[in-house]
Design a protein around this ligand. Structure first.
Ligand code: FO1
Length: 325
């Protein structure tokens, strides 16, 4: 079974751990990683969502922070602060820096990000094929209320320095319109037996990946069933910080609201199926009415067992929607 997963950071990476627990040796999992979180810092290219998937599945992630490396130290960051540079709000750990240094060096040598990611994964062995959504630079930029009108800042500044606490007036994926799908991405979607949208942020993770035109087209065209998992449980975003992003874009903060935001594939959207938490079972009818097959199962990924069960439930729903194989 070829399973392709469009993944952002923390939520997607945790889901993937459960998926790898339930798939068999004959299954292959390909992850289309979001690269619109990426940022140039001190001349280094940082790819947070690719690294979060790679570290989480490879055993290098810091489990408390849910990003960056475990057993991390911050000497370089402290030295940069001592020099009075301003963007030390972004936590670059000493171990994590090695990843960005190698990535940047290879980018300068003309190596494609997909090949660089493959090279980095040779160390971490995540157990999935991790493909950047594009080779082109796409960056999520957030419009907030500045002193004199709209101020546009990089997603990471909004997410980290502002703690996602200020209202969002607009989100744009700068460069997405001109971006081409990365190597292997369209084939991984069209050739999949199952396509999964895990509980990543629907706007800045899933939305960013779908902002690459060829990716969205491939998801709409694939013969595989496309099944998503609600990132909203009981009317609240699980990670909490997604709320401002959703309200800012007029997306109702509910399991059904996010499903309708993605839309039914039969109505020009991207979803065939959608999992909601048992707390949101009351929304099943409305989601079905929107043309999306919905089921209510426990969504909270509390531990390995519940996450594996969620992965099973996701594949079961996909199986029920498969027109072939
Ligand atoms: N998230 C934070 O909240 N604070 C940080 O200082 C921070 C640094 C960081 C460094 C490398 C990396 O790969 C991720 C990092 N993140 C940090 C997470 C990052 O903001 C991700 O983009 C989000 O988790 C959303 O995917």
């Amino acid at each position: 079974m070829r399973i392709t997963v469009l993944s952002g950071g923390v939520g997607g990476a945790n889901f993937l751990k459960g998926l790898l627990d339930v798939v068999g040796p004959e299954d292959e999992v390909t992850v289309i990683g979001n690269t619109a979180d990426d940022i140039w810092l001190f001349g280094l290219r940082v790819c947070p969502d690719l690294d979060t998937v790679m570290y989480t599945l490879g055993g290098g992630i810091d489990v408390e922070r849910k990003w960056g490396r475990t057993d991390e130290t911050w000497n370089a960051k402290d030295e940069l602060t001592a020099y009075g540079v301003d963007n030390t709000w972004f936590g670059l750990g000493d171990r994590d820096l090695a990843t960005h240094i190698i990535r940047t060096q290879l980018l300068h040598e003309g190596v494609a990000l997909a090949a660089i990611t493959k090279r980095l994964c040779e160390r971490w062995k995540p157990g999935v094929r991790l493909l950047p959504m594009t080779e082109d630079e796409v960056e999520t930029h957030i419009g907030i209320d500045g002193e004199d009108g709209l101020e546009v800042i990089h997603f990471q500044e909004y997410w980290i320095r502002l703690g996602a606490k200020v209202p969002v007036r607009q989100v744009d994926f700068r460069g997405a319109g001109e971006a081409a799908a990365g190597p292997g991405v369209v084939e991984a979607i069209l050739g999949a037996d199952r396509v999964i949208l895990p509980p990543s942020n629907p706007i800045v993770s899933i939305g960013a990946i779908l902002s690459v035109p060829q990716v969205a087209t491939a998801v709409r065209q694939t013969d595989a069933p496309v099944v998503g998992v609600s990132p909203i449980i009981g009317g609240a975003a699980v990670r909490g910080m997604a709320d401002q992003l959703l309200t800012g874009l007029g997306v109702e903060i509910s399991a059904g609201g996010v499903a309708r935001h993605h839309g039914a594939r039969k109505a020009g959207g991207v979803l065939d199926g959608w999992l909601v938490d048992t707390a949101d079972a009351g929304e099943l009818g409305a989601i079905d009415d929107a043309g999306i097959a919905a089921r209510a199962v426990p969504l909270y990924m509390a531990d390995a067992a519940t996450t594996a069960q969620l992965a099973r439930d996701t594949l079961d729903l996909a199986d029920s929607l498969a027109t072939r194989g």
